[in-house]
Write a protein that binds this ligand. Structure first.
Ligand code: IVH
Length: 677
C-alpha cells in the first residue's frame, strides 16, 4: 500500500468504527456483528502500530485503554462547575418558582430532566475532537481524566459532521447501569474484593483508576445535559435547542426530558418519575428543573454556589418497616465473617426484601440491634436494601442486644479483627470447613484454573469423604482412582474427564494461578499486575511490603496480605508441592524479536510508578533491545529504572550497592544511544 492508501485506510476505518460505536452506544442500534467490529478494530490497531505517524490520538482503538496515569493532572475549569440547590417538597419548589417569577416575570417555560446519580464531568472539544475531560473536583479545578473517559463508548471522540463551534465545553453525568453494577459487584464479592455500595461509587472509583485498560473493562455510560461556549446565545435561544443540537453532534442525551409550561406540569413530571424510576436501567435521585431561555438564565444569574435558574428536586428514599428474625454469620473462603440480617419478607421498591447485609460488627453497633427489633429498611436510588435505623418505639420489652460472636460459627475458633479493620476473620484457614471448601472451589473456578470435569459440588463431596483437604490434594487425585471409583454417581468416564482437566490446568499461566491461590484482597486484576511486575512467585515472596505496594493500584493493606500469605509456612510448603506437580509459578518468557541489541548483557530492574510508560511498556522496550529483566537487586544489576513511589528498602539497597539509577526518559535516551549514562 502506498502511504496515501495507508492514511486513507486508517481514516476510513476510524470513521467507520466511530460511527458503529455511536449507533450502538448512543442510539442503541446494532449495525455490525461483534466479530466484524473486532476484525476492523484489529486491522486499525495493526495499521496504527505499523504506521504510528498516521495514528490519531483520538482513534477508536483508544477505547480499550492502555495508557497509565501515575497521578492525574489538576486542571482549572474555564467556567466553575457549580452544584444545584436542592428541594425536597412541593412547597420548596413553589418558593423557587416565585423567586424566578419575581425576576423574569411569568412568560417562560421550564425544562425538566432526570437527575442522574453519578459523577459530573466536563468535556472540551476542539475542532470536533475530544480535547480533555475533567472531573468536577472542588468546582474550580478537577482531575484530568481524558484517557479514562475515552474508554466510555457513548462519549464521542470524534464528532459527527455538524455545525458545532470550534471549541466548546459540554457537561454531563457518568454513571454505571444497574445491571453492570450488580454483575461486577457479584464478581468482586466472589473474589473477596471490596464491593461498592452503589453504582455511583462504582463509577466514581472507576474514573479514578490509574490504568485506563482497567477502566475499559467496567462499562460506564454518560448523559450530557449542559453546553457552554463563547457566544452561546447567538447559536441557540435556549437550553432545549442546545440539547437537540448536541444530540445531532453525536452526544448521548437522555430521552426523558420535557418542556413544562406550568408548575403543575413540573409536579406531574416529578410524580411520574418518582413512581417509575425503578424501571429505569440506571439510578436517578431526583429531577432537575431548569429555566429554558438563555436570556432569562442570564437575567437570573448565580448565587455564590448555585445557578438561580435551576434547582433539583430530590426524591425521598423509599422506606418500609420490618422485623429482624435473626442474624446469620457467613464465613467466606478467606475467613471473612459477614453478618446478614434475616428479615420478615417485605415489599420495597419493586422487590421483596428478605435479607440485608449488616457488613460488620461496627454496623450492628451503630444500629444498636436487639433481638426481634423492628427496623427501617430503605432503597433510595440504591438497588441494595439498607437497614437505616431501629424503630425503638417498637422494641420488645426485655429484648436482648445482639452480641457479635467471639468464635467462628462454623469451626468455633476465636475470631480475630486486625487493627483498623472492620471485618472479623476466622484464622483457622486449614480447619474451617467453609474456608477449605471455598478455597478449593475458588481454585478450580472458570477464571482461575478452570478445571474441566470438576464442579463446586464435586469439591464439597470430596471434602466430606476426606479425599480432598486442600488445593494440593487436587493434583494427587490421580493416585486415588480406587477411592474415586468407589463413589456413587461417579463413573470411570467422569473420573477420566476430571483427571484430564486437572492435568490440563497445570498449563494455566502464572497470573491465573496467583489469582486461584485465593490470597485475601487479590482479585483478577491485582494478580495480573503482580505477575507482570515480579514475574515469579519467589520474587513476590522476597519483596518487601513497600516494594509490593509500589506496584500500581496496590495499597499497603493488599501488600501486607500478599506478603503475609507468601511467607506463611503452610503456604510455602503448598506452593513447593504445587511446583513439583509442574504448575506455572513464573511468567513464561516469550520469544522476542529484537529491535536492536544495544542493551545486550545489561540487566534491568523496574521499580515504582511512571508518568509516561507503563511497566509493561518499559519491560517490552528493554527486552526488545536485548536487555534482560531481573526481579531483585544485586551488585550485578546494571540499571535500576526508578519511578515514583519506589519502596524505601529497595532504594536504600540500590544506593548501598551503588547501582546506576535511571528514569524512564534516560532509559529511552540510552536506547536511542544519544547519551552514555
Ligand atoms: S445541570 C449549573 N442536569 O447534579 C448546574 N445536573 O448538584 C449544572 N446532575 O453537579 C448541572 N443530573 O452532577 C444538571 N440533568 C442534570 C443532572 C445534573 C445530575 C448532577 C450534576 C450536578 C449535581 C447538582
Amino acid at each position: 500500500m502506498s502511504s496515501i492508501d495507508i492514511e486513507q485506510r486508517i481514516n476510513s476505518l476510524t470513521q467507520e468504527l466511530n460511527s458503529y460505536n455511536y449507533q450502538y452506544y448512543v442510539l442503541a442500534q446494532s449495525q455490525i456483528s461483534d466479530f466484524d467490529f473486532d476484525q476492523k478494530l484489529k486491522e486499525l490497531e495493526a495499521l496504527e502500530a505499523q504506521y504510528p505517524e498516521y495514528a490519531d490520538p483520538n482513534s477508536p482503538t483508544q477505547r480499550v485503554g492502555g495508557d497509565v496515569t501515575s497521578k492525574f493532572e489538576t486542571v482549572k475549569h474555564r467556567w466553575p462547575m457549580l452544584s444545584l440547590g436542592n428541594t425536597y417538597n412541593q412547597e420548596d419548589l413553589r418558593d423557587f418558582d416565585q423567586r424566578v417569577r419575581k425576576i423574569i416575570g411569568d412568560q417562560f417555560e421550564y425544562v425538566c430532566e432526570l437527575k442522574f446519580d453519578g459523577l459530573s464531568i466536563s468535556l472540551t472539544y476542539q475542532n470536533g475532537k475530544l480535547l480533555k475531560a475533567v472531573t468536577r473536583g472542588d468546582g474550580t479545578q478537577g482531575d484530568l481524566v481524558t484517557n479514562n473517559i475515552k474508554t466510555i463508548r457513548s462519549i464521542p471522540i470524534h464528532l459527527k459532521k455538524g455545525h458545532y463551534p470550534d471549541e466548546f465545553e459540554i457537561r454531563g453525568e457518568i454513571f454505571m447501569h444497574k445491571s453492570a453494577f450488580l454483575r461486577l459487584n457479584a464478581e468482586r464479592e466472589e473474589n473477596e474484593e471490596q464491593t461498592y455500595a452503589n453504582p455511583r461509587n462504582f463509577a466514581a472509583g472507576t474514573i479514578k483508576l490509574q490504568d485506563s485498560a482497567e477502566v475499559a473493562k467496567r462499562p460506564l455510560d454518560c448523559f450530557l445535559y449542559f453546553l457552554y461556549c463563547e457566544n452561546r446565545n447567538k447559536l441557540f435561544h435556549n437550553h432545549w435547542e442546545s440539547l437537540e443540537a448536541v444530540k445531532e453532534w453525536g452526544f448521548h442525551v437522555c430521552e426523558h426530558t420535557q418542556k413544562c409550561e406550568t408548575l403543575t406540569d413540573v409536579f406531574s413530571f416529578i410524580d411520574y418519575w418518582d413512581e417509575k424510576r425503578h424501571e429505569l436501567s440506571y439510578e436517578i435521585d431526583g429531577i432537575v428543573i431548569k429555566v429554558n431561555d438563555y436570556g432569562a438564565q442570564e437575567e437570573l444569574g448565580f448565587t455564590a454556589k448555585n445557578p438561580r435558574w435551576a434547582i433539583s428536586y430530590k426524591f425521598k428514599a423509599e422506606r418500609v418497616e420490618t422485623q429482624v428474625k435473626s442474624i446469620s454469620y457467613q464465613v467466606g473462603r478467606t475467613g471473612a465473617v459477614t453478618p446478614v440480617a434475616n428479615l420478615k419478607p417485605v415489599s420495597l421498591a419493586g422487590t421483596t426484601v428478605k435479607r440485608a447485609s449488616l457488613h460488620n460488627a461496627n454496623e450492628i453497633a451503630r444500629l444498636g440491634l436487639h433481638e426481634g427489633d423492628t427496623v427501617f429498611v430503605e432503597k433510595g436510588g440504591e438497588i441494595i436494601p439498607k437497614i437505616i435505623a431501629v424503630n425503638e418505639d417498637k422494641r420488645l420489652s426485655n429484648a436482648i442486644p445482639y452480641v457479635y460472636p467471639s468464635y467462628c460459627p462454623e469451626c468455633h475458633t476465636e475470631l480475630v479483627r486486625q487493627d483498623g479493620e472492620a471485618v472479623h476473620y476466622c484464622p483457622n484457614e486449614t480447619g474451617c470447613p467453609p474456608q477449605i471448601v471455598g478455597k478449593m472451589q475458588h481454585f478450580i473456578g472458570r477464571k482461575m484454573m478452570d478445571i474441566e470435569g470438576m464442579g463446586d459440588e464435586t469439591v464439597e463431596t470430596f471434602y466430606k469423604k476426606g479425599i480432598l483437604k486442600n488445593i494440593v490434594d487436587i493434583y494427587g487425585l490421580q493416585d486415588h482412582q480406587d477411592q474415586l471409583q468407589s463413589l456413587e454417581r461417579f463413573g470411570q468416564k467422569s473420573i477420566d474427564n476430571m483427571l484430564k482437566g486437572i492435568e490440563k490446568s497445570k498449563e494455566k499461566p502464572f497470573e491465573k494461578l496467583l489469582f486461584a491461590l485465593g490470597i485475601r484482597h487479590v482479585g483478577e486484576t491485582i494478580a495480573k499486575k503482580l505477575a507482570q511486575h515480579f514475574k515469579t512467585i519467589d520474587a513476590i515472596k522476597d519483596a518487601s511490603i513497600e516494594e509490593i505496594a509500589a506496584v500500581q493500584d496496590i495499597g499497603i493493606r493488599i501488600a501486607e496480605s500478599i506478603h503475609d500469605y507468601l511467607n506463611n509456612e503452610i503456604h510455602i510448603a503448598q506452593i513447593e508441592q504445587l511446583k513439583s506437580y509442574g504448575l506455572q509459578f513464573k511468567i513464561e518468557e516469550k520469544e522476542v524479536i529484537l529491535a536492536s541489541n544495544i542493551l545486550a548483557d545489561q540487566t534491568f530492574l523496574i521499580s515504582g510508578v511512571f508518568a509516561n510508560y507503563s511497566r509493561e511498556q518499559l519491560t517490552a522496550l528493554i527486552e526488545s533491545h536485548g536487555g534482560k529483566m531481573v526481579s531483585s537487586i544485586s551488585a550485578k544489576l546494571s540499571y535500576l529504572v526508578a519511578g515514583d513511589k519506589m519502596g524505601p528498602s529497595k532504594l536504600a539497597k540500590a544506593e548501598k550497592l551503588n547501582i546506576k539509577m535511571i528514569n524512564e526518559n534516560e532509559l529511552v535516551a540510552l536506547i536511542d544511544n544519544k547519551t552514555s549514562i
